[in-house]
Design a protein around this ligand. Structure first.
Ligand code: SF4
Length: 240
C-alpha cells in the first residue's frame, strides 16, 4: 500500500475558507443529504441543471465510488452513471462480483457543469460539504475515485497513470484511484486496466478492515493504560 497521504485536507480547507463548516453534520441520514442536494442553490450550477444528482446505492457500502460530476444522461435522470460509462461500470462491477446496490455512487459536484466542462473551484467548494457528509454518514472502507479529476480532489499531485489501482490512505479511509469508465470506452487497453484494478477492490476492502482492526486494537490498548481502572496498579507494574 502507498504510504499515508500528506495531501491537503480538501474538505476542511475549502469548507473552512468559505465558512461552510456550519453545514457539516447538519444531516443525520443519507436521505437528508440527498434532499438538501435536490433543492440546493449554493452555486451557479443550480441555474443550468435539469436535476441535481445526489448519488445512490447502499447506505452502508464497503465501497463509495466518486466521479467528478454528472453528465447529460445523469442530469436528465437525476441518477449517477446511467449513460454508456455507467453501463460499463455496472458490467465491470459484475466481475468482482458486485451489484450497484452493494456500493454507493456519487460525484464531487452534484449538478452538471454546462457542456461537461470541469467544475470551477468555487463550485467544488460549494458542493464539498455534501460529499463530506456522505463520506461521514456512509463510512466506506474504500473510496474508489473514477478518473483523474476525482482522484486529484483527494490526492492533489497524483498522476492517474501512476496511481490507478494503488491504495492510498486518506483520513483512515483507503482511496483507490480508477480510470474513468468513459476513458475505458475509448480504449481497449484502458478497459483491461480498469477491469484488472476493479478486480482488486475486495483486496483493498480487506486492507481497510485490517487497518481498522489494528487501530481499534491500539485504541483499546491505549485506553487500558490511560483510563482509570481497578487495573491501574497492574498496568503501572507492567509499564515500569
Ligand atoms: S453543484 Fe452542489 S453546490 Fe452547486 S447547486 Fe448543485 S448541489 Fe448545490
Amino acid at each position: 500500500m502507498t504510504e499515508p497521504s500528506n495531501g491537503p485536507d480538501i474538505g476542511s480547507e475549502d469548507a473552512t475558507s468559505t465558512g461552510d463548516d456550519k453545514y457539516l453534520g447538519e444531516w443525520s441520514s443519507i436521505e437528508d443529504v440527498a434532499a438538501a442536494v435536490r433543492t440546493c442553490t449554493r452555486c451557479g450550477l443550480a441555474g443550468t441543471r435539469i436535476n441535481a444528482v445526489p448519488g445512490e446505492g447502499s447506505d452502508s457500502p464497503s465501497i463509495l465510488f466518486i466521479g467528478e460530476g454528472p453528465g447529460a444522461n445523469e442530469d436528465e435522470q437525476g441518477r449517477p452513471f446511467v449513460g454508456r460509462a455507467g453501463k460499463l461500470l455496472d458490467e465491470l462491477l459484475g466481475v468482482v462480483p458486485l451489484l450497484r446496490s452493494d456500493v454507493h455512487i456519487t460525484n464531487v459536484v452534484k449538478c452538471r457543469p454546462p457542456g461537461n466542462r470541469d467544475p470551477l473551484p468555487e463550485e467544488v467548494r460549494a458542493c464539498w460539504p455534501y460529499l463530506e457528509a456522505q463520506i461521514g454518514l456512509l463510512k466506506p472502507h474504500v473510496i474508489a475515485t473514477l478518473g483523474r479529476h476525482a482522484m486529484n480532489r483527494f490526492l492533489p499531485n497524483a498522476r492517474i497513470s501512476d496511481q490507478h489501482g494503488r491504495p492510498t490512505v486518506w483520513r483512515d479511509i483507503i482511496i483507490f484511484p480508477l480510470y474513468h469508465p468513459a476513458a475505458a470506452l475509448r480504449s481497449t487497453k484502458l478497459r483491461e486496466t480498469l477491469e484488472n484494478d476493479i478486480r482488486r477492490l475486495p483486496e483493498a476492502v480487506l486492507q481497510s478492515l485490517e487497518m481498522s482492526a489494528i487501530r481499534s486494537h491500539a485504541e483499546t490498548t491505549l485506553s487500558t493504560f490511560t483510563e482509570p481502572s481497578v487495573h491501574d496498579e497492574t498496568n503501572r507494574n507492567r509499564l515500569f
